[in-house]
Ligand binder design. Sequence first.
Ligand code: LMR
Length: 347
Amino acid sequence: MVLLRQLEITSFSFVFIISTILFVSCSAKTYPVDHEQLSEDERIVIRFSHVVGEDTPKGLASRRFAELVEERTDGYVEVQVFPNSFLYKDGEELDALLDGDVQMIAPATSKVSSIVPEWQVMDLPFAFDSELEAKEYISSPAGEVLKKKLEQKGMYYLSYWDNGFKQMTNKHHSLQDPKDFKDVTFRIMESELLEEQFKLLGANSQVETFDQVFSVLEKGHVQAQENTFSNIVNKNIHSVQDYMTVSNHGYLGYLVIMNADFWEDLPDEVQMIILDVLEEVTEWQAELAKQVNQDKYKTLVDCNCMKIHQLSETEKKQWEEALNPLYDTYIERFGAEYIEYIPKLKQ
Ligand code: LMR
């Protein structure tokens, strides 16, 4: 009788232990239902820092990304977006990403060239005729190698977002002929190739973070700059510049990247949701960037605050001729293999 009782207790304990193990291992796999109640430590928090305003192609896309990721993980993953250089400025944000102080950023390709200089390929003047061509390059074999280089430096490539084509603005005169650039000082993003672009035109350049653009132009520390319609309006650049040339000479796009270790540690299902959402947001963002830039161009026309010049075909040829040596400079430094995949140079 005693033996029977003992057997009962033992089998009950066995069943209890097995059910507990099963319950614990199952609940480790599924997310708790009421994520709202979870603390920051229990949720996954992605801090996403960027330098532009919320009403820009990057600002709007990062917000949409945050909303969709939270929605599709039932709040288990929270994306905190910090726009407008609130948290980190250009340059700082790359260090912050690598140090793990933020987990996600979307810097212009030019800025990433301080760590992977080969990305300067995107700064080559008149390299792309359309947003689509820039995208094609990014997914070409050369683009894939460039993405791998990011990973080797601790940055995991997730996606590529558009802004659009850069235009030239200046305080004192219109920029039409290459000789109009002589001795003018331009604010540039950090990129050796951009520095050389202005040197070839006889101009000077000064690297300034995006949050400083308005201030250095207003104070007259620099007289000119290059940027997209959306960034010109976002930073109120048109209020301190009198001339704009619609030149579409350079392309501005963003690398959406994550700290590589953080990415590695994310559960597979979270990685899948992030990639899925990014695919959707990237497609939406491409259309949005076009629309925002069109709207901002209209703002600049309607404000009657700058004299706007459309670069003619003849002028474009003169600019191209003056700037062509940059292609050789790039090849000498990094090899021809990256250049070959620029659509217009493809054999
Ligand atoms: C700039 O610094 O001019 C731009 O890269 C800002 C941005 O991120 O669009």
